[in-house]
Design a protein around this ligand. Structure first.
Ligand code: FEO
Length: 401
């Protein structure tokens, strides 16, 4: 395995993991992912970030195609989450860097993970605006707290016009391609949305503050820690996409999620969709047996309405439904309008429980939950349809129609 030189003397030395589909332990990465690390050959040979646990061999092998790992002088740690620094002890033991640079918050994380191992590590904490010379080049550090963790920072190399952006601007793509412009554009866009809405979206206010800083830099490459490198015009494209995803302006589309026991609640889901459609609002129907909660979040990238259905089971909702709701609530996407529906046999609590959950997410609920006994009657399906119409009208009003 070899390093890939993407700018003069700047190499990608990361690892492509085609089999990692459980990203960060809570989100699906259906196409695998990439742990990117970068190496700059200069008077002070500098490695930026490492890779996930068990992947150090790949990094060291690629690095070894350029330089003996022992000749690495500096190590920059942009983010201490373990998909980037899980191989830190192994890499440090081999490279023996003269200095390790990270943010103050990253130092705390490091102490949490590696209290024993780091006793003799030459760590130097840096803050926003600090810079180091590595010879012909300079590295400037900028903290980006909560993007993705409190410890996160990005590193800018003005001479090469490269922003090493750690999690920001990443995508879960496993490929032998290196640049975004080499990948299928539609799939690339989907992977950017999937990544943003499952990882970054709660920190959208911080994204909106960080984007002007990024735009103030002269950038030829944005090199994230996951997925493909943005180059040339693509740097502006991904910054613009991040602004759109962070702003989450009203989107005229709904996502309907449901679980069902004997298909009655499923019938209601399709009736809600028909009502939305008649009002000109497209919807995506997602069975939670078939769709992971991270796929729902990806769908919500293009939707501002969420309608949720569950039959009543043991006086409450089915577990996949509560699981998805809990996940969505934690990520805090901007959902403007919603509704709840479900069938029941004898007690029928679930639509009310869902409604209360949606209300706790500050979602506007334009109508009462639809609650139908046993198999929905014609009138019951009409009520679900009418809920779709009401939600569509409320959403269109939010969209300025
Ligand atoms: Fe890719 Fe927040 O780690």
């Amino acid at each position: 395995m070899k390093a890939f030189e993407f700018a003069n003397g700047v190499y990608w030395v990361g690892c492509v993991d085609y089999d990692h589909h459980d990203f960060h332990g809570y989100s699906k990465s259906p196409e695998g992912t990439t742990y990117n690390a970068y190496f700059i050959k200069d008077e002070k040979n500098t490695l930026i970030d490492t890779v996930a646990p068990g992947k150090a061999g790949t990094l060291l092998c690629r690095l070894g195609s350029v330089i003996e790992p022992e000749k690495v002088d500096y190590l920059v740690i942009n983010h201490m989450e373990l998909d980037h620094e899980g191989s830190l002890p192994e890499v440090i033991a081999r490279c023996k860097p003269e200095k390790i640079f990270c943010s103050t918050m990253a130092l705390k994380s490091m102490e949490g993970y590696y209290a024993k191992e780091m006793q003799n590590w030459p760590v130097q904490a840096v803050k926003s605006g600090d810079s180091i010379s590595i010879g012909k080049r300079t590295l400037v550090f900028q903290e980006t707290r909560m993007l993705h963790w409190p410890d996160s920072m990005v590193t800018y190399c003005p001479e090469e016009k490269i922003l090493f952006s750690q999690d920001a601007f990443g995508q879960n793509i496993a490929s032998t391609e290196h640049f975004a412009d080499e990948h299928d554009p539609a799939d690339f866009l989907k992977r950017c949305k999937e990544y943003y809405f499952n990882i970054v979206v709660p920190y959208s206010p911080q994204v909106l503050k960080a984007l002007p800083v990024v735009e103030s830099l002269d950038i030829e490459f944005i090199a994230p820690d996951h997925g493909l490198i943005h180059r040339g015009e693509d740097c502006k494209k991904i910054v613009d996409l991040y602004r759109v995803m962070a702003e989450q302006k009203p989107r005229k589309r709904a996502v309907i999620i449901y679980d069902t026991m004997w298909h009655s609640t499923e019938q209601l889901a399709y009736a809600v969709s028909a009502g939305l459609e008649e009002e000109g609002v497209p919807s995506t129907i997602m069975s939670l047996k078939e769709n992971h909660h991270s796929a729902v979040m990806t769908a919500l990238a293009d939707a501002s309405a969420l309608v949720v259905g569950s039959p009543t089971h043991n006086n409450t909702v089915l577990p996949y439904v509560m699981s998805a709701l809990t996940y969505i609530k934690g990520l805090r996407p901007k959902i403007l309008v919603g509704g709840a529906f479900g069938s029941y046999g004898w007690s029928g609590e679930s639509p009310k429980i869902i409604n209360e959950f949606l209300a706790s997410m500050k979602i506007e609920l334009p109508c009462d939950p639809v609650r139908e006994n046993w198999r929905p009657s014609h009138d019951g399906l009409q009520r679900a349809h009418d809920m779709g119409v009401a939600i569509a009208k409320a959403l269109k009003a939010k969209c300025g129609e």
